[in-house]
Design a protein around this ligand. Structure first.
Ligand code: MN
Length: 191
């Protein structure tokens, strides 16, 4: 039911984005998709209660605990979306290019409180086990009406104040392609 908005916005004859959920193996996975739409952003998604809860992070995640990144909550996506990379055709919702920038398992750092409740209450922390992002991240809502949250690296052994991970590792963890390369390999946007 929470995928209603996702489905309404898409014409599945025109886009290769997934239509359906794919449960079980998608328990507790997170994905960060780098998405060149009308503006570049990173979509941070975590599987919660059978869907991917999603935030668009305009400046992307950071390894530096001193940096707070704005994250706008967007509509839930189906679990199968975690493997989507490709070109969303012109004129379609989110038109542009998507790569899977990072992906892996995650843990809820406050096991006594489930993530659905944490999201509802506007604060939760997760440990990411990605290829690029590791360790704790906190998400805290700052404006409910505008769906604005902050994504902040927690101070742990994986924190790094010097490394710009977005610059250093810009390629997909699925295909090894950058956004530009992927776009070039799909010149028509229809493949
Ligand atoms: Mn997006």
């Amino acid at each position: 039911m929470t995928l209603k908005k996702y489905k309404e916005r898409r014409v599945f004859q025109k886009t290769k984005e997934p239509k359906d959920e794919r449960p079980e193996t998608y328990q507790r996975i997170f994905v960060i998709q780098k998405h060149q739409a009308s503006s570049l952003h990173y979509d941070f998604r975590i599987s919660v209660a059978g869907v991917l809860k999603s935030w668009a992070v305009p400046k992307g995640p950071s390894l530096n605990p001193a940096i707070k990144r704005l994250a706008i909550m967007t509509e839930d996506h189906p679990l199968a979306y975690a493997d989507f990379e490709g070109v969303i055709p012109e004129g379609e919702y989110g038109a542009g290019t998507v790569i899977v920038w990072d992906k892996g398992q995650f843990e809820n750092l406050k096991e006594e409180k489930d993530l659905e409740k944490g999201i509802e209450d506007g604060h939760f922390t997760v440990a990411l086990h990605g290829e690029k992002l590791k360790g704790g991240y906190a998400l805290t809502r700052i404006n409910k009406e505008k769906k604005q949250w902050l994504l902040v690296k927690m101070n742990d052994q994986y924190a790094n104040r010097d490394l710009d991970i977005l610059e250093e590792k810009s390629e997909s963890v699925l295909s090894g392609k950058t956004l530009e390369k992927l776009k070039k390999s799909h010149p028509s946007g229809s493949d």
